[in-house]
Design a protein around this ligand. Structure first.
Ligand SMILES: Cc1ncc(COP(=O)(O)O)c(C=O)c1O
Length: 382
């Protein structure tokens, strides 16, 4: 089958929270690795050593991005596996106990928690306020004697709202509760410093910041014990057995190195364009409502409810102009409102009218102006 060339696809790409294009430097680093680094990192000969060095270099690049040491980084197949490793690995070590999470987590956190509930663990799902933010004081009151784990996301994939992770971490640390943070949407897009956040475990996802898909990492603070969820040889400190996906790991490392170098300009550039986007849309469609926190938010994400139209209808009208997504799920032709927006108190109607527009480092002002025109036209004149 012939693959579709991206250049032949015209719509403005505004779905960077789903996935990002690869940085050209990432492609080059991976291409060199694919051509030359075929050795098994566990082999003792020079080919193995070269592959091992590539993996260890990437580990350092990822560690540098979140201000930690390479020994505290484990490579995985992505966010889903990192979240499973953190949550199941902690729970299975304790064998029993109480877990606290929030009601706006990604399915790769929610579903391991549901699985653990089936095994007899108790889980409390914290509510969020109208901006999608968890109140650390509410969390404090829900801690029990047998609370073993708290897992809260850094920023939400649908709204971009950023949680008060450092404050929650402080409470978790002082109560000796393991603290996991799913930072899939934040790492590479916003500064993430594990030392400041007081986290024990933190999920990193490569394809959310211009690295390849199918690879990620878990930060494991030194001294935090996890029970493996996969069994095999002793790769990745015995926590993630299996021959390393060397070239993808190299791609993730390169993406992390660039993200660290460019963090300031990335954040200010995306924030500037997101602001123009929102202001221009508001001028033309005054009834638009921003879902999520007005300031504690990712610089690239706009979740907007449009009056009197369902999000999927609007996107359908715009399919040749912009590529974005709604948070609603479609089951048997019926659209269900996003549980995240419902948890924030939105009516079904407001939740179903939401569209997520997520910008990236390649988004230009001209694209934003084109997107505004297209959205206004599709909204006002179907
Ligand atoms: C907040 C969050 N966590 C976890 C994941 C899972 O990442 P992956 O699909 O790469 O496993 C995603 C992906 O969208 C996400 O947005």
């Amino acid at each position: 089958m012939k693959q579709t060339a991206i250049s032949s696809l015209n719509p403005v790409y505004l779905d960077n929270n789903a996935s990002t294009p690869l940085s050209p430097e990432v492609v080059s680093a991976m291409a060199v690795c694919l051509r030359h680094n075929f050795g098994n990192p566990s082999s003792a000969h020079p080919y193995g050593e070269a592959a091992r060095k590539a993996v260890e270099n990437a580990r350092k690049q990822v560690a540098d991005l979140i201000n930690t040491r390479p020994e505290e980084i484990i490579f995985t197949s992505g966010g889903t596996e990192s979240n499973n490793m953190a949550i199941l690995g902690t729970a299975l070590r304790f064998k029993t106990g109480h877990i606290i999470s929030s009601c706006i987590e990604h399915p790769s956190v929610m579903n391991p928690l549901k699985y653990l509930e089936g095994l007899g663990f108790k889980v409390t799902y914290l509510p969020v306020d109208k901006y999608g933010i968890v109140n650390p004081d509410v969390f404090k009151k829900l801690i029990r004697k047998n609370t073993i784990l708290i897992t809260i996301m850094h920023s939400n994939n649908e709204t971009g709202s950023i949680q008060q992770i450092a404050e929650i971490g402080k409470i978790a640390n002082s109560n000796k509760i393991v603290f996991h943070c799913d930072a899939a949407q934040s790492v590479g897009k916003a500064p993430v410093n594990v030392k400041r956040l007081n986290v024990d475990l933190l999920t990193i996802v490569s394809h959310k910041f211009y690295g390849p898909k199918g690879v990620g990492a878990l930060y494991i603070k030194w001294g935090t014990a996890l029970k493996p969820i996969l069994y095999g040889a002793s790769h990745e400190r015995g926590l993630r057995p299996g021959t390393e996906n060397v070239c993808s790991i190299v791609g993730l490392g390169k993406a992390a190195e660039i993200a660290k170098k460019e963090m300031r300009t990335r954040v200010s550039g995306m924030r500037y364009l997101t602001r123009i986007f929102y202001d221009e849309l508001r001028k033309e469609i005054p009834g638009i409502k921003l879902n999520g926190h007005p300031t504690r938010r990712l610089p690239n994400t706009l979740n907007l409810s449009f009056p009197d139209i369902q999000g999927y209808v609007l996107l359908e009208r715009l399919k040749n102009e912009i590529a974005a997504s709604t948070g609603s799920a479609c089951h048997e032709g019926k659209h269900k409102p996003s549980p995240v927006l419902k948890a924030m108190g939105l009516s079904d109607e407001a939740a179903l009218s939401a569209v997520r527009l997520s910008l990236g480092i390649n988004t230009t002002e001209a694209q934003i102006r084109r997107a505004v025109k297209a959205i206004v036209k599709a909204y006002k004149n179907p």
